[in-house]
Design a protein around this ligand. Sequence first.
Ligand code: G3H
Ligand code: 13P
Ligand code: ZN
Ligand code: NA
Length: 306
Amino acid sequence: PLTGPKQMFERAYKEGYAIGAFNVNNMEIIQGIMQAAGEEQAPLILQVSAGARKYAGQNYIVKLIEAALMDTDLPVVLHLDHGQDFNICKDCIDGGFTSVMYDGSHLPYEENIAVTKQVVEYAHARGVWVEAELGQLAGVEDEVSAEHSVYTDPDQAVDFVKRTGCDSLAIAIGTSHGAYKFTGEAKLDFARLEKITNMLPGYPLVLHGASSVPQEFVDMANTYGGKVGGAKGVPEDLLRKAATYGVCKINIDTDIRLAMTATIRKHFMEKPADFDPRAYLKPARDAVKNMVQHKIRNVLGCSNKI
Ligand code: G3H
Ligand code: 13P
Ligand code: ZN
Ligand code: NA
């Protein structure tokens, strides 16, 4: 059934694992993720970005997820990813989402607090969870050029949570969105994560930009005509380590895109006469399923936690 993340995070926090939050845009992605979580008996967060909402339409996404839930007892959170203003959060809350993210991380601190509070007030009156964000995820260029750290300040995180009443907090400790996360060595600021965890005991933290960018998919895409050279993600052992701190939710989108696209590229090159979409979407869906199953079992550690 659809559920909020409260119990999921409480147990994940205590036992030192993380729940996977996977971005969904269409039927094949939803089915691949649901199959993986079903086989692993894993709790699950399906998240929808503004772009996904625009691509598929909110009703389609919600109804696809409802359809998926007719065949399973798995607990699933329906979450808005990176809500950019109050109105999109409101639309999703009104539309049956059990969790929303308001992302005011780009705003001046007091403005981020003000809008986050507004979302919290609306959401909590309706039993909906609110994730907020503090600090900026460093892109490859930011990391090089930023004079001051845009990573989350631990003291500010405590103040932010206290003043907004948000239920979980996305923090910046070195991850970034997309397939090009690090130019040199991949590293996360674990000293900062430890400090934030200690200063907010029991409080669930969220890691965005947490795809690993598996080399096998990069190689496969490049072998079959793609151009994704130099892509680099967060090593899986660092994600597993982050889950032993306050991190309870780990966001993954890029790895889904890579798995699907690499698989479809391969199919197109190997079977150029095929033009039935089912012929290439089926292996693409299987690739999503296998990738997600691997994450759940070997990286997030949330198999058999329902
Ligand atoms: O954080 C961003 C997610 O990967 C969603 O990406 O806005 O292109 O749908 P999108
Ligand atoms: P990736 O680009 O690393 O998959 O991050 C996804 C994300 O943070 C969605 O909010
Ligand atoms: Zn994100
Ligand atoms: Na944790």
